[in-house]
Design a binder for this molecule. Sequence first.
Ligand code: NAD
Length: 336
Amino acid sequence: MAKYTIVLIPGDGIGPEVTSAARRVLEATGLSVEWVVLPAGATAIDQGLGDVLPQRTLAAITAHKICLKGPVTTPVGGGFQSVNVQLRKKLNLYAAIRPVRSMPGIKTRFENVDLIIVRENTEGLYSGIENEVIPGVVTSLKVATEVACTRIARYAFRYATRRKRRKVTVFHKANIMKMTDGLFLKCARRIWEEEYPNIDYEELIIDAGCMKLIQDPTRFDVLLMENLYGDLMSDLCAGLVGGLGVTPGANIGDDAAIFEAVHGSAPDLAGKGWANPLAVIMSGVMMLRHLHEDALADKLRNAYNAVLSERTKLTRDLNGEASTEEFADAVISKLV
Ligand code: NAD
């Protein structure tokens, strides 16, 4: 019997391609796993299941507690509510963790970038509470609760402590959103003062924070922010280290965790076999660490670092010519 049962959601667009490559790579590490493959997103509708987040998929994640997920497509300006938002809310996956690191062999404007985005994942403007006041006037409600703000702040400081990080920086806009961002800031400051005074702490208004981030990302360590800012900053930071093909992520709650890349379903690349599977593979490494399989995680990280350093099997987003599968094969060939 396999040691782990993990739910695998292939997702939409490039999702099936990159998750299939990541699955092969993870199995090649020696991970003892049984995959429960289930649909979500537009794929679930195409399969006639009538719901972008079928009950079976949600129940499987609840039961097995671990999921590796491909990206899913979300319609713009109408249609169904984002599957990701639904999953994060229904499973209370309150912390999104996105490590952003300079990678060997990938030349960008900056070197030695090593920061972690900790994003509140359940509220803010993602509450989806929008209404039409009168024709031509619509509102969107930004929600902040003391429980969620405190929970994410504590998560960020605890994470920083465990990972031997030195500083937590909060990005906020509490000068304008005095109540919502003000509460977020107040909770972060209180957790720092009362529980983690040994960690350096900094507050930056997000516009100035963006400028500082682009001038010198190496001055940052752990970045803590509410939901929407975390979403925007994740892609911005991905751009600092080589793009969305190299930026993994985890959505963590007390009862379940979903590991997925920061990138979306990339409809422009779907079906071409060119997508970079590395971000999902790296999300797999985060999953291995979550399972306390550190030896397998180290082995896999060393393998993809070796492939990146050699620069002969890079995908097109990294100026190479390798296909999704060729990159995965190269990583597997380096697993020792
Ligand atoms: P995207 O992240 O899918 O793509 C942005 C750009 O990055 C595109 O040019 C794409 O080709 C490139 N890219 C993304 N991943 C890549 C990879 N692995 N390898 C090489 N290039 C890659 O963002 P988008 O186009 O704005 O969104 C497409 C869809 O994905 C939307 O429906 C959006 O809602 C959804 N989305 C889903 C998730 C998720 O499921 N977690 C996250 C973000 C966006």
